[in-house]
Design a binder for this molecule. Sequence first.
Ligand SMILES: Nc1ncnc2c1ncn2[C@@H]1O[C@H](COP(=O)(O)OP(=O)(O)OP(=O)(O)O)[C@@H](O)[C@H]1O
Ligand SMILES: [Mg+2]
Length: 259
Amino acid sequence: MPQVLAVAGKGGTGKTTLAALVTTYLLRAGKTPVLAVDADPNANLNEALGVEYDRTVVDTVEAVMGDGAAVPAGVAKRQLVEYQMHDALVESRGFDLLVMGRTEGPGCYCHANDLLRGFLEKLSGGYAHVIMDNEAGLEHLSRRTTRNVDLLLIAANPTVTAVRSAGRIHQIARSLKLGIAQSYLVLNRLNGAAEPAVRGDALAAEVERLASDGLPLLGEVPYDEQVLAHSMEARGVLELPATSSAAVAVAAMMAAAGL
Ligand SMILES: Nc1ncnc2c1ncn2[C@@H]1O[C@H](COP(=O)(O)OP(=O)(O)OP(=O)(O)O)[C@@H](O)[C@H]1O
Ligand SMILES: [Mg+2]
């Protein structure tokens, strides 16, 4: 059984970067193979990992199940979808990437979600770790395309408002009964100089409150110019030196989380 990790958080809190940094950590620590799943409809985990993809899983499902799909008579659609879903898998060194695509649309994709779940469950068995980058609102998790999550990382900027928002995401995740074994808050200082160097008691109190509510702080990802530089050039964080401050911080967090 793979260990399933998921990253959530409000828009622009550094989720995708964190998911890519965790993937980088797992690869460097030899905790492979890793399946990276991009569950954000506005998919860009591939860029953070420096790989390209041709089609999403939803593209595949639509090609077989959508209106006007040409499926030869006598071929079971379900089998065909499962078979073709493998085409959506991008294979790279030590990890594979699966881009889900947009599962909400004018029609109901419940059936697609069922297929997706079955496929993911079967597929993940072949990996040591699965890491999922999610859209801001956890819709994907709530559609239950993943069943159990061992470790949920909720990213937030280090402000009281952002930390409260992380707390709400934690409450939503809890109320959805998603089978999350452990959730942690991860503070991401991605605004660099824009963030005050001295942090107030109000932030510390809010972090404390979340911890007592079941969302302890795992650690902080410092502002790292190398991360930003890589992102600006769409080079991905896999090439970051292991000594980069963000990579060091994520490695320490993963160790603290028992990975
Ligand atoms: N620790 C960091 N240091 C410097 N820049 C960072 C850091 N983490 C993330 N960034 C930059 O901040 C920007 C937003 O990060 P990212 O795309 O990971 O956020 P996100 O939460 O996934 O956004 P979205 O909600 O749009 O999916 C990116 O340009 C990224 O390179
Ligand atoms: Mg993102």
